[in-house]
Design a protein around this ligand. Structure first.
Ligand code: ZN
Length: 490
C-alpha cells in the first residue's frame, strides 16, 4: 500500500541505520516559471532555507530545470524539525526577506544548468519551458513578494511532493503543506528544423541535444548517451587534453522522450578539437555503434549503480515522478534486457535521433558540424518578408553613418511587431509576447515566445515612443519587468 504523511507520498528506504536521510522533492522547477518570473523558484528556495539555516545538521536544497529538492541528514528529531520547518515556510514564505536574499542570489549567480544546455533548450523551446534556463528575466531584485507567494501556493502542495526517507521516520513528523488538486504543467511545442541543425555563439565548447525515447525496458537511450559521453571524454579530454568538463543534462518530456544535452567545455584555443570530438563521436556511434569494450564498460557501470542503490525504491520513485509530471508510464526496467543490448541497438537509437538533433559549437568551429550535414541556424526564427503595416525607420543620422541602419525597419500591424535587421526579419505576435523588459538604458525589449527579441526606443526609431505606447496598450501588465540593476551594473 502506498504510504502518505499529511498527504505527501512517502517512500521509506528500510536500511539499518540510526540516523535519518531525507529528500523532499517537488515536481516543479525552472521550466514552470515564466519570463517575467525567471528565478522565482530559486528565490523561494533561498527564503525557505533561511528559516532552517541554524539547524546543526547537514542540509541542502537544489532547483533544477524540472524539480526542487530539500535534503537533510542527521538524527531523526533534527531531520523532522527540518522537514516541518521547510513545509511551514513553503506554506507561508518569509517574503519580507526578499530584498536581503536578492543580493545573496545575485552574488551566487547560480546557473539552473550549464550554459550550453540552457542555450540548446532555448533553441528548442524559445522563451518558455526549459528554454527559460537561458534567460535572465527580471533578476532577483525584480521579483515581487506576490509572485513568490503565488508560485509557492500553486506548486508547493502536498499533492505535488514526494518524501524519501532512509532510516528511522521522525516521531510525530508534521508536513504542514497546503493540499488540493495536483498542479498541471504547461508543455510547449519544439521548434522544427528541416534536419539536423547547429548553432554557434561564444561559449567555449561543444554540445549536442538529442531527443531520445525513455520508456523501453532496456533503457537503451541511457546506455547510448553513456557510451556517447565516454567516447567524447576519451577523445576530448584524454586524447588531447582539450577539455576539462564533459557532462550531460536531461529534461524529460510529456511525450515519453528525454531531451539529453551532452556537452564538453573547451580550453582556450581548443574549440575546433572539442567540436570535432563531439561531432565525430556522435556520427561514428550513430553509424557503427560502440565497440564491444565500450558497451561492456557501460553495462558494468549500470550493474554497479544497481548494486549500490535501492533498485526497488528507485523504480517506485520513477513511477511516481512520471505521474507527477504527466509523462507516459515506462515499461519496468528489465536488467536481463539491459544485459542483452547489442552495439547495433545503441547505433539505431542515436541514428533515429539525428534528424532532430541540434549541435552547438563555438562560432569559429561550427564548420565541424556543417561538414557532417548539420545546417547552421540562428538563435531565433528569421524570415525574409516584412509584413505590411505602419513602418518606423532609424533616425536620419544613424542611416547616414551606420551601414546596418539603412536596412533596418520596424513595422507595427494589428497582429504583430516585426523588424528587419541585417540577418533578416524577426516577428513577435501580440498574443505570443513572453515578456517586455524596460532596460536600464531606456530601451524597451520585447521577447517573443519563439525566441525572437525586438528592441524599441525613441533613439533607435523615429517615432519609437509611439511603438512603446502601442506595447503598453496591447501587452498585459503582468508581462512587463525591469532589467535587473545587477545586470545593468555588469
Ligand atoms: Zn527571430
Amino acid at each position: 500500500m502506498p504510504q502518505y504523511l499529511d498527504g505527501v507520498r512517502l517512500l521509506h528506504h528500510r536500511e539499518q541505520q540510526t540516523t535519518t536521510d531525507a529528500t523532499l522533492t517537488f515536481a516543479v522547477g525552472a521550466r514552470d516559471e515564466t519570463l517575467p518570473t525567471v528565478g522565482v523558484a530559486h528565490a523561494l528556495e533561498h527564503l525557505v532555507m533561511s528559516t532552517v539555516r541554524r539547524l546543526p545538521i547537514q542540509i541542502d536544497a537544489t532547483v533544477d530545470t524540472t524539480a526542487t529538492s530539500f535534503v537533510a541528514s542527521g538524527t531523526p528529531e533534527r531531520v523532522g524539525e527540518f522537514l516541518t520547518g521547510i513545509c511551514a515556510a513553503l506554506a507561508n514564505p518569509p517574503v519580507e526577506r526578499l530584498e536581503v536574499e536578492a543580493g545573496v542570489l545575485a552574488a551566487e549567480d547560480g546557473w539552473v544548468t550549464h550554459p550550453m544546455a540552457a542555450l540548446l533548450y532555448f533553441i528548442r523551446y524559445g522563451a518558455r519551458g526549459a528554454g527559460l534556463d537561458w534567460l535572465d528575466g527580471p533578476g532577483p531584485d525584480g521579483l515581487t513578494a506576490d509572485q513568490v507567494t503565488a508560485f509557492a501556493q500553486r506548486w508547493f502542495t502536498a499533492d505535488n511532493a514526494v518524501l524519501q526517507l532512509t532510516g528511522p521516520i521522525p516521531a510525530d513528523l508534521k508536513l504542514p503543506l497546503p493540499t488540493g488538486s495536483r498542479p498541471q504543467h504547461q508543455h510547449y511545442p519544439a521548434r522544427q528544423f528541416a534536419g539536423p541543425a547547429v548553432v554557434g555563439i561564444g561559449i567555449p565548447g561543444a554540445a549536442v541535444l538529442l531527443s531520445l525515447p525513455n520508456t523501453d525496458a532496456a533503457r537503451t537511450a541511457a546506455l547510448a548517451t553513456d557510451v556517447l559521453q565516454q567516447r567524447i571524454e576519451e577523445s576530448a579530454r584524454h586524447g588531447g587534453g582539450h577539455s576539462y568538463v564533459v557532462d550531460y543534462d536531461a529534461v524529460q518530456q510529456q511525450d515519453g522522450t528525454t531531451d539529453w544535452v551532452l556537452y564538453a567545455e573547451a580550453r582556450e584555443g581548443a574549440e575546433q578539437e572539442v567540436a570535432q570530438a563531439v561531432v565525430e563521436s556522435l556520427t561514428d556511434l550513430a553509424a557503427d555503434g560502440p565497440s564491444e569494450e565500450e558497451l561492456q564498460l557501460a553495462l558494468d557501470r549500470f550493474e554497479e549503480e544497481r548494486a549500490t542503490t535501492d533498485a526497488e525504491l528507485g523504480a517506485e520513485f520513477n513511477v511516481l515522478r512520471r505521474e507527477l509530471f504527466g509523462e507516459p508510464p515506462a515499461e519496468p526496467l528489465d536488467p536481463e534486457r539491459v544485459r542483452a543490448t547489442r552495439p547495433d541497438d545503441l547505433a539505431a537509437v542515436l541514428r533515429a535521433a539525428l534528424p532532430t538533433a541540434i549541435g552547438y559549437a563555438a562560432e569559429q568551429a561550427v564548420e565541424q558540424w556543417t561538414k557532417h550535414g548539420f545546417t547552421e541556424v540562428s538563435l531565433c526564427p528569421v524570415g525574409e518578408e516584412l509584413p505590411a503595416g505602419e513602418e518606423f525607420r532609424p533616425p536620419r543620422m544613424a542611416r547616414l553613418f551606420v551601414r546596418e541602419a539603412r536596412e533596418t525597419a520596424l513595422v507595427v500591424t494589428p497582429d504583430e511587431l516585426a523588424v528587419r535587421e541585417e540577418d533578416g526579419v524577426h516577428r513577435v505576435r501580440w498574443d505570443e509576447v513572453a515578456g517586455v523588459m524596460r532596460a536600464g538604458d531606456g530601451t524597451t525589449v520585447v521577447f517573443g515566445t519563439d525566441g525572437c527579441v525586438i528592441l524599441v526606443s525613441g533613439d533607435l526609431y523615429r517615432g519609437g515612443q509611439k511603438v512603446v505606447a502601442e506595447l503598453e496598450r496591447r501587452v498585459d501588465r503582468s508581462l512587463w519587468f525591469q532589467e535587473s540593476r545587477f545586470k545593468a551594473e555588469d
